[in-house]
Design a protein around this ligand. Structure first.
Ligand code: HSE
Length: 328
């Protein structure tokens, strides 16, 4: 049996989910993937703070300790913000280590560069968890883009916003209370302003744009509006008319100019709209393609296990594509 060593960067909601899933599934991975996955180290900012489930001896606050792990196969990155995440992942790739990330802030900006670097160093990059939590939109798009072209993407890409809008409508819950719930349930960002201001779905939309079109629009030209201005009265009024507020991220290539055009903001939609029925923390991504037609994916867009499980799936895919052959 081959033992593979992996490391986790960050031990917040998602990092803990990875730790638990890898350990819960360790026996199954031995039989299905033929490897024994061992979590060798976890990078945290404070090694003295008690961490649920993880033994203290696995913790380190130095990234050099991660790079020093012999035959490290993959780093699962679940830290917040652009830096030092980009620096760490660049260094990991240069050492021949595969990377799996959930960091949309970092990847929306540096994703194309990291993928180029990974190709140069012969390692793989998994980023399913950067967009729409547990919904397999990245893998699905990578697959359909082999044959189809994607011309237009419309999505609900923030679970927190959708949860708040749903609770306001269905339970008559005040905005602040719904946001607190979303934080308690582990849906919201460390700074929830990123969720409710539209910045979080904007970053996810940019990742989808890079994948679908090989490029992103000029960020300064994208109109990004959040849900903070939507009042309880407006939600009630819409409800009485059979309408719902949805926070929609939209990107398409203009047929005439070829330019990529994106918008992020609330829309008032009726029951005929494909995003009308998407409730709670669910995300949805509707893809217009030339051969398949319109394909809509729906599922939990945030939370510990949906997000962490797609990261572990990313690594399982890597093992299938490039099996580890050396016993260590
Ligand atoms: N805060 C994000 C959301 C988490 O609510 O969708 C998943 O990216």
């Amino acid at each position: 049996m081959t033992t593979v060593k992996v490391a986790i960067l960050g031990y917040g909601t998602v990092g803990q989910g990875i730790y638990r899933i890898v350990n819960e599934k360790r026996k199954q991975f031995k039989s299905t993937l033929g490897v024994d996955i061992e979590i060798a180290k976890i990078l945290v900012s404070n090694v003295n703070k008690p961490r649920p489930h993880a033994p203290k001896e696995l913790l380190t606050d130095k990234f050099e300790d991660i790079l020093a792990i012999p035959n490290l196969e993959v780093v699962f990155e679940a830290i917040v913000g652009e830096e030092p995440a980009f620096k760490y992942l660049s260094q990991a790739i240069e050492k021949g280590i595969n990377i799996v990330t959930a960091n949309k802030v970092m990847f929306s900006k540096h994703g194309l560069a990291l993928q180029e670097k990974a190709q140069k160093y012969g390692v793989q990059v998994g980023y399913e968890a950067t967009v729409a939590g547990g919904v397999p939109v990245i893998k699905t798009m990578q697959n359909i883009l082999r044959v189809n072209e994607v011309s237009h993407i419309q999505g609900i890409l923030n679970g927190t916003s959708n949860y708040i809008l749903t609770q306001m409508r269905s339970e008559g819950m005040p905005f602040d209370e719904a946001l607190q719930d979303a934080q308690r349930l582990g849906y919201a960002e460390a700074d929830p302003y990123n969720d409710i201001s539209g910045q979080d779905p904007f970053r996810k939309l940019m990742i989808l744009s890079a994948l679908a079109f090989g490029e992103q629009p000029n960020w300064d030209e994208v109109d990004v509006v959040g849900i903070t201005e939507i009042t309880a009265e407006q939600v009630e009024d819409a409800k009485a008319k059979g309408l719902r507020y949805r926070h929609v991220a939209d990107v398409r290539r203009d047929e005439v100019t070829g330019k990529i055009i994106a918008t992020v903001g609330p829309q008032l939609i009726g029951s005929e709209h494909p995003l009308y029925s998407i409730e709670g923390v669910n995300n949805a991504v509707a893809l217009d393609t030339n051969y398949i037609g319109t394909l809509t994916l729906v599922g939990p867009g945030a939370g510990m296990f949906p997000t962490a499980s797609v990261m572990v799936e990313d690594y399982a895919d890597m093992l299938v594509k490039a099996p580890v052959t050396v016993s260590i």
